[in-house]
Write a protein that binds this ligand. Structure first.
Ligand code: SF4
Length: 180
């Protein structure tokens, strides 16, 4: 059976991330190696933030992106992604969704959230505002799949990290998820 992982853009290209947010140049190798090593095909989900706000965008939380204009932008993207997922499922392929936990847009179980953030850009290094729940694109994608009568594929959010124990932990989490 063909296995297809719909993967957040920045896992395949870190340069899509917010200015100063890339942990490496280009491909995030540990996650891609894990997927390839287990025989998964990769389908890239476009980066909504890059298309909407560009490379020089500020770091932001879910509340800042939760606007009608950004949701419309996400809906255009998920229309195409949901269509591709539907085509794979119709063929009998196994599909998973691979988001990025902590992202205001593509978190699956954790999203960046802070109701008071706004005004002059300022985000102390130690601050990490997270709350349970999906980011906006993932929320719209699940809604689009529901509206098409498609049962949502299994989904996981993995967290980016530069070095140390976190990448190993996230890679192990991904491996265990892919093995079902
Ligand atoms: S998590 Fe999604 S929205 Fe955020 S940088 Fe990666 S691809 Fe773009």
């Amino acid at each position: 059976m063909t296995r297809v992982a719909f993967v957040a853009h920045c896992i395949l290209n870190q340069n899509a991330r917010v200015a100063g947010g890339a942990y490496c140049a280009g491909i995030h190798a540990p996650f891609v190696e894990e997927l390839r090593g287990r025989g998964w095909e990769l389908a890239q989900m476009p980066c909504p933030e890059l298309g909407f706000a560009g490379l020089n965008r500020f770091w932001a939380v879910r509340e800042q992106y939760d606007t009608l204009a950004f949701r419309r932008h996400c809906r255009r993207i998920v229309d195409a992604v949901a269509g591709a997922i539907a085509a794979h499922l119709q063929r009998g392929d196994e599909v998973v969704i691979l988001g990025v936990d902590g992202s205001p847009t593509m978190g699956v179980h954790l999203t960046a959230s802070e109701a008071d953030l706004g005004g002059r850009p300022e985000w102390p290094d130690s601050a990490e505002e997270l709350s349970e729940g999906p980011g906006i694109l993932i929320e719209e994608l699940l809604a689009e799949l529901r509206s098409r009568g498609i049962e949502a594929p299994r989904a996981i959010g993995i967290r980016h990290a530069g070095s140390g124990p976190v990448p190993d932990r996230e890679r192990a989490k991904l491996a265990s998820f892919l093995d079902g």
